[in-house]
Every structure is written in structure tokens, then in C-alpha cells.
Design a protein. Structure first.
Length: 490
């Protein structure tokens, strides 16, 4: 004998038995039982214990070919299917079909018992999902309580203390016992796939409200909800199938209509037929235009915008202060505090999303110019040769107001080229000089100092005189009411 004991035939037998059992070959089962009897006769009682020990794993052995999911942790959801599947014969399928009512009542009864026993509906938020997860494992509880009789056919409750392991290893009939368990498990899984969602919601409500017993809930659900039991169940099932077919046709028509609309939209889209590299290039161009508005402008236009951004800082700063003050002053006194003013200051350089221009390749269009740009325009003065803000003409202001209303509904068109350049000058200058927190604090201080003076208060102008600075860092001089822009002009 070798000093290291070699695996005996009895030690290797369980894996062989398991592999043959999972393939569902009855002749192989009979061979396994014969080999088992030979081993017991040859090696004694110790061999019997070694052979019987892994019977519990006969449903999930041969891990590479018939791998079953590992047991879930306490907080993990229970897997939908446990164990192996077999190819059922026509007789087995017809037997399961005939047992729809019995299986429905058995599953509902077990489900109600388990949920009520463990108090799943009293665990607060998320308890309904725990009930739903329990429905995935209810087939294991069914196998422990019931057995399938394929001869009758019938779903019989097991006698108290009945041992499945003894039945499976008790002779040639053990193959039929194992086969019956696998067929019952597969039938239960398919039933849960069809009705598990409705069942879990129903059981949750019944157990939580304590409105019915396990047997009463099974009778109510199987007869009234899923039409698997009771008189006229075939007619009810046929009506349900016809109704579902009608709904399916309606859904198919809706999907077809939606696909046709999408196809029309693609035909209208000028970029739909472009190759992917061209789309990527256009996307990069749009991103560059969004991030750097001056990137695609002519050199002379860039120079005009650069010059305006230096020379319009004081006028734009004053206009922003007066526009924000006009919005805040219309609010109740309790809503004129510093943190109420801050959101107005933060949004002073943008006019909202531009709904008139669609987004292409995931790149959103730049926002609209702020509303205060509808009242003023940058103009290049001859003496001195510098930009300053001047009011819109009446005709141009009326046209601009109409354009602004159209943008709110997504019907507006881009403003003329001259206005677009002016909007860019004012918007970029606004972003250059904007300090929301500091400006909100200064405006609040002037509003508080004005007290009850009402419309006579020039809080916007006074706050601008305190905060606004030119491009060189010097304080802006507005000359009282005689500055380059006056509130009356706005």
C-alpha cells in the first residue's frame, strides 16, 4: 500500500452520481444505485456515510457545466433561479399545465406564510422589495413542502418527517423522485416568471393590512386575479389573452408610428448622413465656438470686441447695477436682503437658454444675451475714439423686444450681425467685471441707506460709484446724473 491513501471508488462515487443525476438519464441512475449497493456491501457502513454526505449537492454539482449561483449574502437579492434545468417531456408539460391551479394555491399559501412568519412587511422602507425577492426563492420552500405526482397528476403535500434523501437513494425509484423534484422546480420557476410580480404586490398588501389568511389569499388571487382556478377559468384566460393581444397590437402601432417619426426627423437632420469623422470634426468646432466666442471671428471684428471690452467696463457695470436694482426694488421689503440680491447678480450676464437653436452632437448653444442688452447698444464715439453705451432707437428697440418674446417660445431667429457683435461686446465685458458677492453687498448697503426714500433712491448708481472700476483699475466716474448713461435713458 502507498503511504498516501488513494481516493477509493466510494470517495469518487458521489461526483459521478451527481453528474449522471443532473443529466437526467434514468438508466444512468439505475447504474449508480447498483454501484452504490456494491460499494456498501464491499466497504461497510463508512462507505455508506461517504456516499450519502454530498447528496445535498446533487442539484448543483459539476460546476463547470451546471454551475449554480453561489448562496447570496444576507443583504444580497435572492437569485431568480436555483439549480439546474432539464428537458421536460410532453407528459410532464401537460401535467404542469393541469396543475396550474394547485401550484398557484400552494405558492400563494407558502408565500403568505413566509412573509408573515418573518414580519417582512413591518420593516419600513424597502420592505416591499424584500417580499419581491422572497418570491424568487419560494420554489425552494415549495420543494420542501410538496412533491409532484406525475401519474395522477397531482401536487401532494409531503408527510411530516418525510425525507427526500431517503427516497432518492432508496432504489430504482430514486430516479423518479429526483426527476419529479426537478420538474416541479422548473414548473414553479416558470409560474413565478409569469405571475411573480403581481403575486409579491398582492401578498405585501394582504399581509400588511392583515386582510386575509394564507388559504383565503390563495383562493382570492388564483380565482379573481389570475383566473387559474374556479369555473369558467378557460374562458376568462381566453378573454385575457385576446385583450393582451389587442394591447400588443396598439403598442406595436405606437412603436411603428414613433419609428416613422424618428425616420422623418433623421431625413430633416442635415447631419444624419455625415460620416462619423465629419461629425466628430463638427462637434469639436462647436465646442471651440462655445468655449471661445472669438475663435472664428475676423481679425478686425476681434479687435473691435477687444477694444470694447476695455472701454465699456464702467458703462456696463453701472447698467448691471441699475438693472438688478430695478428688479429687486419691485420685490417686498423682506425680499431685498443681500442673499436675495445675490442670485440676480450671478445671472446678470446671461439671458437664459436659447430655445431657438437646437443642440448638435451634444453641444448646447451659448445662452442668450442678458435682458438689459435690449435697452442699450455700444457705439464708437468720434470724440474721444472710444466705445460707450447709448440707448436703442425706438424702431430698433421695438424690433428687439419682439425678438426677445420669440426666444422665450423657441420661435426667435438669431439677431442681425451688427446686434450679435454688440451683444458679444456687452456680454464679455459683463463677465470681465462681474463680482457677484461684492456687488450684491454694495447694492444692499445702498438700499439699506436709502431707507424709505422709495423711487427717489438711486441705490444702483451709488453702488456702481462705490464698486465699478475701469480696465486700468481706476474708479469709474459717472458725474452724478450726467454720466455717459443715465437711469432715465434706460
Amino acid at each position: 500500500r502507498s503511504p498516501h491513501p488513494q481516493p477509493t471508488m466510494a470517495a469518487q462515487l458521489p461526483c459521478f452520481v451527481s453528474e449522471i443525476a443532473l443529466r437526467g438519464f434514468v438508466r444512468g441512475w439505475r447504474l449508480c444505485v447498483l454501484l452504490l449497493l456494491v460499494c456498501i456491501w464491499d466497504f461497510g457502513g463508512g462507505v455508506a456515510a461517504a456516499a450519502a454526505e454530498p447528496v445535498e449537492e446533487e442539484l448543483d454539482a459539476d460546476e463547470e457545466q451546471y454551475a449554480s449561483p453561489a448562496p447570496p449574502a444576507s443583504d444580497d437579492p435572492i437569485p431568480d433561479k436555483v439549480g439546474v434545468e432539464i428537458h421536460m417531456s410532453k407528459k410532464e408539460r401537460s401535467s404542469l399545465k393541469a396543475l396550474d391551479c394547485s401550484m398557484c394555491k400552494a405558492i400563494l399559501t407558502e408565500m403568505h406564510t413566509e412573509v408573515n412568519k418573518h414580519g417582512m412587511t413591518s420593516k419600513g422602507w424597502g420592505s416591499e422589495s424584500q417580499v419581491w425577492e422572497t418570491s424568487n426563492a419560494i420554489c425552494l420552500a415549495l420543494l420542501q413542502t410538496y412533491k409532484l405526482n406525475l401519474t395522477a397528476p397531482a401536487l401532494d403535500r409531503k408527510a411530516e418527517g418525510e425525507d427526500d434523501e431517503y427516497g432518492m437513494m432508496g432504489g430504482a425509484g430514486g430516479a423518479d423522485v429526483m426527476r419529479g423534484m426537478l420538474v416541479l422546480k422548473m414548473g414553479c420557476q416558470r409560474w413565478v416568471e409569469d405571475y411573480g410580480g403581481d403575486m409579491s404586490g398582492y401578498i405585501y398588501r394582504v399581509v400588511k393590512d392583515k386582510s386575509n389568511t394564507a388559504e383565503g389569499a390563495a383562493q382570492d388571487f388564483c380565482v379573481r386575479h389570475v383566473n387559474l382556478c374556479g369555473k369558467g377559468r378557460k374562458e376568462k384566460q381566453q378573454k385575457a389573452r385576446e385583450k393582451e393581444k389587442g394591447r400588443q397590437k396598439v403598442r406595436e402601432a405606437m412603436v411603428k408610428k414613433q419609428e416613422q417619426e424618428e425616420a422623418k426627423q433623421k431625413e430633416k437632420d442635415p447631419f444624419a448622413a455625415l460620416p462619423e469623422d465629419s461629425k466628430f470634426g463638427l462637434q469639436r468646432m462647436l465646442e471651440m465656438a462655445r468655449d471661445d466666442p472669438l475663435h472664428y471671428m475676423e481679425d478686425d471684428a476681434k479687435e473691435r470686441v477687444r477694444k470694447a471690452r476695455l472701454e465699456l467696463r464702467c458703462d456696463v457695470c453701472r447698467t448691471v447695477f441699475e438693472d438688478v436694482y430695478s428688479q429687486v426694488s419691485s420685490k417686498p421689503r423682506a425680499l431685498q436682503r443681500e442673499y436675495d440680491i445675490l442670485p440676480f447678480m450671478e445671472g446678470a450676464c446671461e439671458g437664459g437658454k436659447d430655445l431657438s437653436v437646437p443642440s448638435y452632437f451634444g453641444v448646447e448653444p451659448p445662452p442668450l444675451p442678458p435682458a438689459w442688452t435690449d435697452a442699450v447698444r455700444p457705439q464708437l464715439q468720434k470724440t474721444p475714439n472710444a466705445y460707450a453705451l447709448r440707448p436703442f432707437g425706438k424702431k430698433a428697440a421695438k424690433k428687439r423686444s419682439k425678438w426677445r418674446k420669440g426666444t422665450a417660445e423657441g420661435n426667435g431667429k438669431p439677431p442681425p450681425a451688427g446686434e450679435s457683435e454688440g451683444d458679444m461686446m456687452m456680454t464679455l465685458t459683463c463677465k470681465d467685471m462681474l463680482e457677484p458677492a461684492r456687488m450684491a453687498e454694495a447694492l444692499y448697503g445702498q438700499i439699506s441707506a436709502c431707507g424709505a426714500s422709495g423711487p427717489a433712491c438711486k441705490a444702483g448708481l451709488l453702488a456702481a460709484a462705490d464698486v465699478c472700476k475701469a480696465a486700468d483699475g481706476s474708479a469709474c466716474r459717472f458725474g452724478g446724473d450726467e454720466g455717459s448713461m443715465s437711469k432715465a435713458e434706460l
